[in-house]
Design a protein around this ligand. Structure first.
Ligand code: NAD
Ligand code: MG
Length: 380
């Protein structure tokens, strides 16, 4: 039995991870953590029987203790609880499917405790990749990508020498507003931005996909996962989301991974790597697909992608500013407090105001996050 724990078990990636567990029957779930959906957590505890469960708010944890009173499980809360789930003895893999840079401390502690990481939580790597990647190397820990593009790159890199890699071709669907210009985006409502053409995901990443912030975060994520320069990563729009990404080698050969858009494939691949297992679901039928399209991203309209390249190139605390500003701006947009285009405006404003700190320690990253939040709050 493989032993895992999941941060963010009630979310889109978390629940799909549990579907993989349910199908395969040879994974034991020792720990779960989630924000506030205690009804679903209760069901998950009954089905998967974890030893330890973390709920973010102590109030909700109390409620869950009542709901799960007949079960043999310890229920904890807060950052301390998240970290306890992350470092649980005997766990081999921690699935980081929590949303946002709140995942930094639990991820670092898990790596320190020697857990392999199945990483969905890209915000953590974007802001603290310079801490996590060297630490993982030192502790002989694998960081296994769950993000579909990064899983595709990881798969396309197998069997070839790392030094023969020339560039990464990171594919993007272009989101629901592909082809639109700024003036057509002025009055975008929350409901419009939540309609992704190909993928069903959590709210934050769905908004991020529509602004191309998600692709910007993925460029920075790829930089850390595959140890390449930012400018070795080229974004290619592939509207059908069938090519999940590609790599180009020095001799001009391009290797791609294709498949139907289904996150269960990269999740399962990360959990069983290097094994490939049967996965039920649709297969690509090239006779009926007929064609695949490619475009250059429109970085004038979706200039968050340009800002991400800038943040990635500069490094230091600038990626944290990019990410933290986006996290709060997206929350405000979802609460209908700001307009759609203000998301990227806020990111740019915070980046312009920031004095970069090179090679920041964890405390500095968290301080910069708080400063960015203060700046945005003070503008209201
Ligand atoms: P989601 O919103 O569906 O789920 C987020 C999970 O995190 C929930 O279980 C929630 O309870 C938990 N959470 C949030 N705040 C918490 C806190 N303070 N303490 C404990 N738990 C907390 O999000 P998602 O779409 O599953 O995305 C999760 C991560 O995976 C994100 O970083 C996202 O970018 C990445 N990702 C998602 C997809 C996808 O298809 N959904 C694809 C690639 C990458
Ligand atoms: Mg992705």
């Amino acid at each position: 039995m493989k032993k895992i724990a999941i941060l963010g078990s009630t979310g889109s990636i978390g629940t799909q991870t549990l579907e993989i567990v349910r199908e395969n029957k040879d994974i034991e779930v020792l720990g779960l953590a989630a924000g506030s959906n205690i009804r679903l957590l209760e069901e998950q505890i009954r089905e998967f029987k974890p030893r330890l469960v973390a709920v973010w708010e102590e109030e909700k944890a109390k409620e869950l203790r009542v709901l799960a009173a007949d079960l043999d499980v310890e229920i904890v809360s807060g950052m301390e609880g998240l970290i306890r789930v992350s470092v649980l003895e005997e766990t081999e893999i921690l699935v980081t499917a929590i949303v946002g840079m709140i995942g930094i401390r639990p991820t670092i502690e898990a790596v320190k405790a020697g857990k392999d990481i199945a990483l969905a939580n890209k915000e953590t790597l974007v802001t603290a990749g310079h801490i996590i990647m060297p630490l993982a190397k030192e502790r002989h820990v694998s960081i296994l990508p769950v993000d579909s593009e990064h899983s595709a790159i990881f798969q396309a890199l197998r069997g070839n020498e790392k030094k023969a890699l020339h560039k990464i071709l990171l594919t993007a669907s272009g989101g629901p507003f592909r082809g639109k210009k700024q003036e057509e985006l002025l009055n975008i409502r929350v409901e419009d931005a939540l309609k992704h053409p190909n993928w069903s995901m959590g709210q934050k990443i769905t908004i991020d996909s529509s602004t191309m912030v998600n692709k910007g975060l993925e460029v920075m994520e790829a930089r850390w996962l595959f140890d390449v320069e930012i400018d070795q990563i080229q974004v290619v729009i592939q509207p059908q989301s069938m090519i999940h990404s590609m790599v180009e080698y020095k001799d001009g050969a391009v290797m791609a991974q294709l498949g139907t858009p289904d996150m269960k494939l990269p999740i399962q691949y990360a959990l069983y790597y290097p094994q490939r297992r049967y996965l039920k679901g649709d297969r690509l039928d090239f006779w009926s697909i007929g064609r695949l399209d490619f475009e250059r991203p429109d970085m004038d309209t979706f200039y968050a992608l340009l800002l991400a390249y800038e943040a990635g190139r500069e490094g230091g605390t600038l990626p944290t500013v990019f990410n933290a500003a986006n996290e709060l701006a997206v929350k405000m947009f979802l609460n209908r407090e700001i307009k759609y285009l203000e998301i990227t405006e806020i990111i740019e404003d915070c980046m312009r105001a920031h004095k970069n700190i090179e090679n920041p320690a964890l405390e500095e990253i968290l301080t910069v996050e708080a400063e960015v939040y203060e700046r945005i709050e003070s503008r209201r």
